[in-house]
Design a protein around this ligand. Structure first.
Ligand code: ATP
Ligand code: LTN
Length: 344
């Protein structure tokens, strides 16, 4: 009689693997948190999650060294404070796992100039940083492909701005698999449930972004409560003075999105709550809800950021485990391409 191995029953089918990363390119914003990080946290039980700080990507734009180090350390501590749990997930710095840069070089040789030239992010960033259109900015997507493909990820949560890079990743992987034999899993995008696009409070047609010069348009996760309140009170709205979701009401729509994300209320409930009340009340309520939502995160951050030994032990443990997975894929790739191994 065949004995069923309990580990193969359906209820214990292996979890799907998720890979995602964020650049430590500035102070983490409420947009980053609601659009990406808050969703990452909620995926940790259902999926086998691998998260990274994409610090290698960050130097495609010139960084001042001390500032760069500070942003990376802050981002690592802050993401832990947001709820990334290194007992459940891996969370490391991309530069601590050399396989990322190694695979990226190989993939560069399987990526066409024409493909990279079509990337809208490259075109946008070339315009924005016209004095530093470096080769790394151009090959940014093959490093991102390496990040994902090294871990044989099933799913990649990315915002709309990264879907073109993910599509290119799939094309590179399919090409490589076709030239040799199946090597890489072809990853799928994973649409986030909430926080799709949080807009600037000062220009609600523009997304809230780490690198925005107008700090009033941007809430940082580590902003002091009084700064958060002030920024919300100054948020651009419209002249209708009625809290409802609709066309031409970008400012109010954005505030409703933020309020909905942090309170769990839907648009209807929000409209009912503020019916007959002015924008002033609404803005204050959104500000207070955000302050309360961020308070425990800021408290944990204050604790973690002081404990360098703790941070280091978290990233070392994760990087070690990540490197083991990554090196398996890298070795396979090197062998298939035809590199001579050190040990024959
Ligand atoms: P930069 O200004 O350096 O481009 P950014 O703030 O736009 O930075 P990214 O590092 O490009 O942020 O993105 C990190 C993650 O946060 C991505 O998954 C992205 O989709 C998400 N994200 C960034 N800004 C927003 C936003 N305003 N609303 C929702 N999600 C966002
Ligand atoms: N390019 C992404 C960050 C990033 C990423 C990745 C996201 C780097 N490597 C791999 C998903 C998967 C960004 O700037 N948002």
């Amino acid at each position: 009689m065949e004995i069923t191995n309990p580990t193969t029953t359906n209820s214990e089918a292996p979890k799907k693997r998720i890979f995602s990363a964020i650049q430590p390119s500035g102070n983490i914003t409420l947009g980053n948190y609601l659009g990406a990080l808050k969703n990452w946290i909620s995926l940790q039980d259902e999926f086998d999650c691998i998260f990274a700080l994409a610090d290698l990507h960050t130097i495609t734009v010139r960084q001042e060294p001390a500032q760069f180090r500070k942003h990376a350390l802050e981002a690592y501590a802050l993401l832990l404070a947001c709820g990334i749990d290194v007992k459940k997930s891996l969370f490391f710095l991309q530069s601590h796992v050399p396989a990322h840069a190694q695979l990226a070089w190989v993939l560069d040789c399987y990526t066409q100039f024409g493909e990279l030239s079509r990337m809208t992010q490259f075109k946008d960033k070339s315009k924005k940083h016209a004095d530093n259109i470096n080769a790394g900015l151009f090959t940014y997507p093959s490093l991102m492909a390496a990040d994902i493909l090294l871990y044989q990820a099933d799913l990649v949560p990315v915002g709309a701005d990264q879907t073109q890079h993910l599509e290119l990743t799939r094309n590179i992987a399919t090409r490589f698999n076709g030239l040799y034999s199946p090597t890489f899993k072809i990853p799928e995008g994973y649409t986030m449930k909430q926080g799709g696009k949080i807009m600037s409070l000062q220009d609600p047609t523009k997304k809230m972004s780490k690198s925005d010069e107008n700090v009033n348009g941007c809430i940082y996760v580590l902003d002091k409560p009084e700064d958060i309140m002030r920024k919300f009170k100054r948020a651009i709205t419209d002249s209708e003075a009625c809290v409802h979701y609709g066309e031409g009401k970008d400012g109010i729509n954005n505030l409703m999105d933020i309020y909905s994300c942090v309170t769990g209320k839907n648009y209807q409930e929000i409209e009912a709550e503020f019916s007959g009340r002015g924008y002033g009340d609404f803005k204050t309520a959104v500000g207070e809800a955000v302050v309360e939502h961020l308070r425990p995160i800021q408290e944990r951050y204050a604790k973690y950021s002081k404990d360098k030994a703790f941070l280091q032990s978290c990233w070392n443990e994760s990087a070690e485990k990540a490197a083991r997975i990554a090196n398996r894929t890298l070795s396979k790739v090197m062998r298939k391409v035809g590199f001579l191994p050190r040990e024959l």
